[in-house]
Every structure is written in structure tokens, then in C-alpha cells.
Design a binder for this molecule. Structure first.
Ligand SMILES: Cc1cc2nc3c(=O)[nH]c(=O)nc-3n(C[C@H](O)[C@H](O)[C@H](O)COP(=O)(O)O)c2cc1C
Length: 196
């Protein structure tokens, strides 16, 4: 199993030879990401899958983006869809996130609660935030497609709550760093914080 090495001195690179996939994957386990579910309507029924690749791409105009694997069975539905549902999940939605990543699962059968939204896009009733976007661009990037959507509408489900996160191969919940044990809030330099 590939292992990250300690110390800058050993970070040798060769432009003609990208890093081994296993080492790249292991490094990315240290990158925490928010968890979302992307949905689309398809002729054979609703489709959806879990992503951590969701990014706020632009505020003016409001654009978001995510990556979908070439091999994803949701891809054929996604490339044909005009509108896309994006659902931001909370700490209580671990099972929903796991279900929407499980191959062969009937993701829209009970206990999943959903309804058809604008343009028939499937909207998950339990998600913290529901977003409907229009598909704007699809760019092939390596073994994924980058999908860019223009945000048409946002709906909040109640007061919100802590987002669901994924890191080290596990789901977890967000905790403000000031509340983390051993990190007194007055040691953090928040003075120059940018509102984003
Ligand atoms: C936490 C987590 C994050 C994921 N993020 C992505 C992602 O950003 N893009 C992607 O294509 N697949 C991602 N996946 C994998 C898909 O959810 C999964 O492969 C997909 O649902 C396979 O089913 P499908 O072929 O029916 O689409 C992720 C899985 C998990 C558990």
C-alpha cells in the first residue's frame, strides 16, 4: 500500500510521470468535504448519487459544479437532463448519503422521501438544503466530467443544522474549531476573516 513520505526533501517529482493512484487517493483521505446528493429525472425513473465534489463555482452568476465519474450509471441520465437537483446533507443524513453511494440499491424507495420539483427534478424531502439548477456546461476532465449548473432556486428545510462531512473514509459532523478540545478560541486569529 502506498504511503505518504515525511519531509519536503523527499518530494521529488517527474513531470512525465504522475503520482501513483493509490498514493493520490490516500492523500485525499485527509481532505474533508461536505456531502451532497445530486438528482435528475430520467425516462426510467429518478436517479441520484452522493458527491463530495460539490463546489460553489461563482456567485455572480450563481454557479455550482461537481464531478461525476465516467462509469457512474447516473451519467447517462445526467447528460440528458436540463435540470439538476443538488441536496446539501446534515449530520443526521449519514444513511441517506450511504444509500445514494451504494451500487444496486433502490435509492428512491422508502425510507427515502422525495417529490417531483420544477421540471420533474427529484427533490429529497429530508435534505437540509435543496437546490435546483440548470445544466450549463459539461467538461471532460480525466476519468470524470465536470458539470456546471446555474442555480435557479434554493429551498431550506427548517432551521438547518450541522453539515455532514466526509474525511478519512468516514462520515462525520462539522465542529467549529473554537469548540474543539484543546483549541482555545482566543488563540485563533479570526480578525482578518473574509466573509464567504
Ligand atoms: C462520500 C462519497 C462521496 C462521493 N463523491 C463522488 C463524486 O463527487 N463524484 C462521483 O462521481 N462519485 C462520487 N461518489 C461515488 C458515487 O456516489 C457512487 O459511485 C455512485 O453512486 C455509483 O452509483 P451510480 O453508478 O448508480 O451513479 C462518492 C461516494 C461517497 C461515499
Amino acid at each position: 500500500m502506498a504511503d505518504a513520505r515525511d519531509g519536503d526533501a523527499q518530494l521529488a517529482v517527474d513531470r512525465g510521470s504522475p503520482v501513483e493512484g493509490a498514493l493520490f487517493r490516500e492523500a485525499l483521505r485527509h481532505h474533508g468535504g461536505g456531502v451532497a446528493v445530486v438528482t435528475v429525472a430520467a425516462a426510467e425513473g429518478p436517479r441520484g448519487f452522493t458527491v463530495t465534489s460539490l463546489t460553489a463555482a461563482s456567485l455572480h452568476p450563481p454557479l455550482l459544479s461537481f464531478y461525476v465519474n465516467h462509469d457512474s450509471r447516473s451519467w447517462s441520465a445526467l447528460k440528458a437532463a436540463d435540470q439538476i437537483g443538488v441536496h446539501l446533507l446534515g449530520a443526521g443524513h449519514r444513511d441517506l448519503a450511504a444509500l445514494f453511494a451504494r451500487r444496486g440499491a433502490d435509492r428512491f424507495a422508502p425510507p427515502t422521501r422525495w417529490r417531483s420539483g420544477p421540471g420533474g427534478v427529484p427533490l429529497l424531502a429530508d435534505a437540509t438544503i435543496r437546490i435546483v439548477c440548470a445544466r450549463r456546461e459539461v467538461v471532460p476532465v480525466g476519468d470524470h466530467f465536470l458539470v456546471v449548473g446555474e442555480v435557479l432556486g434554493v429551498e431550506r428545510n427548517g432551521p438547518g443544522g450541522d453539515p455532514l462531512l466526509y474525511a478519512h473514509g468516514e462520515f462525520g459532523r462539522w465542529m467549529p474549531i473554537g469548540e474543539a478540545p484543546g483549541t482555545p478560541i482566543d488563540e485563533l486569529d479570526l480578525a482578518d476573516r473574509v466573509e464567504w
